[in-house]
Design a protein around this ligand. Structure first.
Ligand code: PEP
Ligand code: MG
Length: 573
């Protein structure tokens, strides 16, 4: 049966491929009683699932892709060890025989027993291994339920479409190592970090589909239209050929844009605009170069800390920052200090609290963990000797946080100087304006910093009080809300007045429909995912600033949403 589902498109393009269901198997385990005659077969089925999971983990272990986090191998070893444990690989067999129950349920019971034992362990590290037990059990369950991790019969990896209930940003980083045609999830918001990483994978993706994981079956043919946020399940041949046509057109447009790679980003009236790129890992730099970016405007350094069981030490961080600085060949690289917390938690130390977005996140966490912050600051400063590095501090809300940060940077510099380690003594320090309080008190920040960067994802989240990871409020996300526009315009004007550069590095910067609006507010620096850079450049090239500025200023005096949309349409004519 063919049907369509609607969600929130987070990354454009059209993919046609076969569904591959992932994760959340643990929550979906059935229980049923078995007649005596089927017990032997059930035991054999369980043993086969354990064996196939072992083979799968060993194959992953033997083929770790280049550029994987250093801990990936150790993590797979641990999973093999857990799989081999008697509690999971042998004890369920007794349960199947004695209670005459299905293998999935027997395994789940054993998992629950094991997790209870873990709860009682004093050692924090061992207690935190609970998540690994669950992941291993999920793998076995998938084998039992027929969702193997192998390439399904329907096609190669390039034509696989990942269907998940939810994916964390850390999960998405692991998917960076495999090629999928698209990904779709039931939950999530358009500016969640999961969506942002999906965008960096440059493939069509849709979140907030609500029941995709339930309604779509393994290997079903899907069309994913990432722009419209539509998934078509089992399309008929007319729809399929229509979408193949659209897919071709999309590709042609993309190829056309590539011609703009070396064109200077200058408006019709001759104003130069700087277009920078956002990255998560050093491996993203080739894409940045490919897009012809003027620099890295946002390196989300916390991604170096995900998917591992320890903290990267100073040497490892230094190597990563230095590599980006060197690979960018003298172009500026803005390293944002750790923005851990909220939806980006360390595996071994979840500090999310009751209200993660309002909790110990970003600079707050760094100031609460000065040793971790000190290690990062030393690594960034050391790397600054090898390129043009700037430091950017996320989530500032008060001057006292900025003062403490300045003090800690001063201390790291002093230490390095005493040790005779070279670093850029004039390294620039910038602050992210992403909390309404910071935007309202922006003069103070502008006075004490070398540059500002507006994080519109969080600025919108905190101004409109909508959790960016929560799909139930995703429809309220509105970059054109008058309050948001005021805060952005105020920040740009304050930076101008203070004579310091300001950029926008949130998702708004990569939305070509909003480029002229931001130009009209006076913005001259944008930082976005590299995949969006050429489309934004196309807008810059066609923009006439005197005309745009008038309309943008009018938008600042407008409150009604309909009128704002009309003015935006005029701006984009
Ligand atoms: C933002 O909040 O707009 C931003 C760029 O930072 P992040 O998305 O990583 O929170
Ligand atoms: Mg942010």
């Amino acid at each position: 049966m063919s049907f369509a589902m609607h969600g929130v498109g987070v990354s454009g393009g059209i993919a046609i491929g076969y569904a591959h269901l992932v994760s959340h198997a643990v929550l979906e385990v059935p229980l049923y009683a078995l007649p005596k005659t089927q017990i032997a077969g059930e035991v054999a089925r369980f043993e086969a699932a354990i064996e196939s999971t072992r083979t799968e983990l060993e194959a992953l272990r033997a083929n770790i892709p280049a550029g994987s986090p250093a801990e990936f191998g150790a993590f797979l070893d641990l999973h093999l060890l857990i799989l081999g444990d008697h509690t999971l690989s042998k004890a369920p067999i007794d349960l199947i025989k004695n209670q005459r129950i299905n293998a999935e349920w027997a395994l789940k019971q054993q998992m629950d027993a094991l997790l209870t034992q873990f709860e009682q362990i004093e050692d924090d590290y061992l207690r935190e291994r609970k998540a690994d037990v669950v992941q291993v059990v999920e793998r076995v369950l998938k084998a039992l339920l027929g969702h193997s991790g192998h390439v399904p019969a329907g096609g190669s990896e390039q034509t696989r479409i990942l269907v998940a209930h939810d994916l964390s940003p850390a999960d998405m980083m692991l998917f960076k190592q495999q090629r999928f045609a698209a990904f779709i999830t039931d939950v999530g918001g358009a500016t969640s970090h999961t969506a942002i990483v999906a965008r960096s994978l440059n493939m069509p993706s849709i979140v907030a589909l609500h029941h995709a994981r339930q309604l779509i079956r393994e290997n079903e043919l899907l069309i994913v239209d990432g722009q419209q946020g539509v998934v078509i399940v089992n399309p008929d041949k007319h729809i399929l050929s229509e979408y193949k046509l659209r897919q071709g057109q999309w590709e042609i447009e993309k190829q056309k844009l590539k011609r703009l790679k070396t064109t200077a980003a200058t408006t019709l009236d001759g104003t130069a605009v700087e277009l920078h790129a956002n990255i998560e890992l050093p491996q993203d730099v080739p894409q940045v170069r490919e897009a012809g970016a003027a620099g890295v405007g946002l390196f989300r350094s916390e991604f170096l800390f995900l998917n591992r069981d320890d903290l990267p030490d100073e040497e490892e961080q230094f190597a990563a920052y230095r590599k980006v600085a060197e690979d960018m060949k003298g172009m500026p690289v803005t390293v944002r200090t750790l923005d851990l917390g909220a939806d980006k938690q360390l595996r071994f130390a979840d500090r999310s609290g009751d209200n993660p977005a309002l909790g110990l996140r970003a600079i707050r966490l760094c100031l609460a963990e000065p040793q971790m912050f000190h290690t990062q600051l030393r690594a960034i400063l050391r790397a600054s000797h090898y390129g043009r590095i700037k430091i950017l501090v996320p989530m500032l809300s008060s001057l006292s946080e900025l003062r403490q940060t300045l003090h800690l940077i001063g201390h790291a510099k002093q230490e390095l100087a005493q040790e005779g380690v070279p670093f850029d003594t004039a390294i620039q320090l910038g602050g992210m304006i992403e909390i309404p309080a910071a935007a309202l008190a922006v003069q103070t920040f502008a006075k004490n910093l070398d540059f500002l960067s507006i994080g519109t994802n969080d600025l919108i989240q905190y101004t409109l009080a909508i959790d960016r990871t929560d799909d139930t409020v995703a429809h309220l996300y509105d970059p054109l809300h008058p309050a948001v526009l005021q805060l952005i315009a105020m920040t740009i004007a304050a930076a101008d007045k203070a004579g310091i550069p300001v950029s926008v590095c949130g998702e708004m910067a990569g939305d070509a429909a909003l480029s002229r609006l931001l130009l009209g507010f006076g913005l001259r620096q944008f930082s976005m995912h590299p995949a969006h850079l050429l489309a934004v450049k196309q807008q810059v090239l066609k923009s006439d600033l005197p005309r745009i500025t008038g309309i943008a200023q009018k938008m600042l005096k407008t409150q009604e949403p309909e009128k704002l949309h009309q003015l935006l349409a005029r701006l984009n004519e």
